[in-house]
Write a protein that binds this ligand. Structure first.
Ligand code: AMP
Length: 195
């Protein structure tokens, strides 16, 4: 049973690492950003709501995001564990996640923080925009997303650090090396597996 999350600034490689860790650990990865993007593409009511915020790099409002995550975490495929990527990003989202898990007598085992310097992040994101065409990867929006990370999500990081379940991993360097670093950090925090 693995209940853990990946946290870090935009461009730190959360999505890439979440997929790789999902394979290695055999656990379902849930990316709130991916779920929103799919909904935007399919023009669902949730997608239409989320798009206006995503396009300018704002957080989708907590009520909307929390409802979506609550629904996703009630699915059968995550009853034995999950790897959350990109949630929680605000203090209200921490409370929501605690409540969702607490109702089932569960709690989060581990939070992995991926780090990288701001300038490297901006460079990576602008490079990614050329490849993926993501509309929220232009420089103004990227800087706004980084700013939101510093102003709001770092409080979330501090909260998990206080609980003693945070491990910090250097996210710079080749993808494979970062995955190995994360696996080693998980092993160190939870030598008997993440339960
Ligand atoms: P990401 O792919 O994780 O960078 O997320 C892309 C965008 O989706 C973000 O810039 C937000 O607009 C939205 N988003 C993703 N996760 C969250 C979240 N936990 N809370 C609010 N908005 C989110």
């Amino acid at each position: 049973m693995t209940r853990m999350l990946l946290i870090g600034p935009p461009g730190s490689g959360k999505g890439t690492q979440a997929e790789r860790l999902s394979d290695r650990l055999g656990v379902v990865a849930i990316s709130t950003g991916d779920i929103f993007r799919t909904n935007v593409q399919e023009k669902t009511p949730l997608g239409l709501k989320a798009k206006t915020y995503m396009d300018v790099g704002d957080f989708v409002p907590d009520e909307v995001t929390n409802e979506m995550v609550r629904g996703r975490l009630s699915s059968e495929d995550v009853k034995d564990g999950f790897l959350l990527d990109g949630y929680p990003r605000t203090v209200q989202q921490i409370t929501e996640l605690d409540d969702i898990l607490g109702r089932n007598g569960q709690q989060l085992a581990l939070a992995v923080l991926l780090t990288a310097a701001d300038e490297e992040l901006v460079e990576r994101l602008l490079g990614r925009a050329l490849i993926t065409g993501r509309t929220d990867d232009n420089e103004t929006v990227v800087r706004h997303r980084l700013d939101l990370y510093h102003r709001q999500t770092e409080t979330v990081v501090a909260n998990y650090a206080q609980r003693g379940i945070l491990t910090s991993v250097n996210g710079s360097g080749p993808v494979e090396e970062v995955t190995d670093r994360v696996m080693a950090a998980i092993e160190k925090m939870a030598p008997k597996g993440v339960h």
